[in-house]
Design a protein. Structure first.
Length: 173
């Protein structure tokens, strides 16, 4: 079974669902609406932040590590250019993500988003796109008023990006 690769993703917080929706589009223009619960998103974010933290683990000084992470996060924010949201011209399959497999090699992160009946799509993110995506997700955490303490490090939360008013899209190339 081949797994579709996501080319564009739009993250939205849906208040009536109290979940994040990932509107995804693959290279053939197929659109899916994938739902992430707060519980699964918390786990996913924790793992991704830990993997990003590994990049500065060689520095013994905590202040230096934090400064390096903040600089990388700032650089990623500066490179993010707004994109039109993923939209479908017809009915969209909606499903709840039940698990995420994460691999990272040479700065490329692959998030395999899985749902029942052995279905999956892959979201490939280089470290810059991952930081941009995490910044978008953080903004939605604030919008949703989900707890942020203990999950989000200062190098993400210190940038105090405005909470998204709607959808925030990210194109992956």
């Amino acid at each position: 079974m081949s797994i579709a690769t996501i080319q564009r993703v739009t993250v939205r917080y849906e208040e009536h669902e109290d979940r994040l929706q990932l509107a995804t589009e693959d290279s053939e223009g197929n659109v899916l609406a994938l739902w992430l619960t707060q519980r699964l998103t918390n786990r996913l974010v924790a793992v991704l932040l830990a993997r990003l933290a590994k990049a500065t683990a060689g520095h013994s000084d905590a202040s230096t590590r934090a400064t390096m992470q903040a600089w990388e996060q700032s650089a990623a924010y500066a490179q993010h250019s707004p994109q039109p949201p993923v939209q479908s011209k017809g009915p969209v399959t909606q499903t709840l993500i039940t698990s995420v497999d994460i691999s990272d090699e040479d700065g490329l992160f692959r998030l395999v988003l899985r749902w029942p009946d052995d279905n999956a799509v892959v979201l490939p993110l280089d470290s810059t796109a991952l930081r941009q995506w995490l910044g978008i997700v953080y903004g939605h955490y604030r919008q949703a008023e989900w707890p942020c303490d203990g999950l989000w490090p200062d190098w993400v939360s210190a940038h105090d990006q405005p909470a998204p008013t709607g959808a925030a899209a990210l194109s992956l190339h």
